[in-house]
Design a protein around this ligand. Sequence first.
Ligand code: MN
Length: 249
Amino acid sequence: MKHHSDSVTTLLDDLVDANLILFNEGIVDAFGHVSVRNPDNPEHYFLSRNMAPGLVTREDIIEFDYDGNVVDGDTRKVYLERYIHGEIFRSRPDVMAIVHSHSPSVVPFSAVKSNPLRPMCHMSGFIGLQAPIFEIRDVAGDATDLLITSPQLGAALSDSLGDNTVVLMRGHGSTVVAPTLKQVVYRAVYVEVNARLQSEASRLGPIEFLSAGETETTQKTIEGQVERPWQLWKMRARHAQKQWMDPTV
Ligand code: MN
């Protein structure tokens, strides 16, 4: 295995945990992925090889460049949609980690353009006033597989994301970004929670969403505490994995 600095080694261990957590929390299933920028070489990022996130180990992590090329000649199969990561890391120097998922409560908001995903509780102020929707037909016509399978589509998605933290992908899923790996896991979990709550609340009546000021203030308070859910989710995910591999545990 390639030698890395201590800080990168820790980050790679966290990236494995991020994969397990996102699976265990129901954000990714057999599909979806999480990446982190290489702090020792900001034009590179780390992402698992093509496999289910719930099975990822340290040996499965591969280093990529912005164009989606494998850096060290690794020939294992890679994710078709890795361009999501490279193009967003290229255009957003503030972003250190990215989650792409098809988390099920969010997908309806990607397809109902008249009812935007908006932050409705104090845990999801990071959404901002509303999440933009990437419409792949605008850039690639009406017969695609809806996947981000080229640098050009990755760049178009990144344009739709703009300065936001979440971009919905019509009929497909969402992509969430953050300045740290732990924050991006937190956001990926809570964008799903917010979508579920927003769907439920909309059945009761008109929703009072967070104001611009509230989105900023709640985000600062809550995201200063991401270590708390991270530790909980990590223990739960590791325990679940152990039990799964050995039911007598
Ligand atoms: Mn996808």
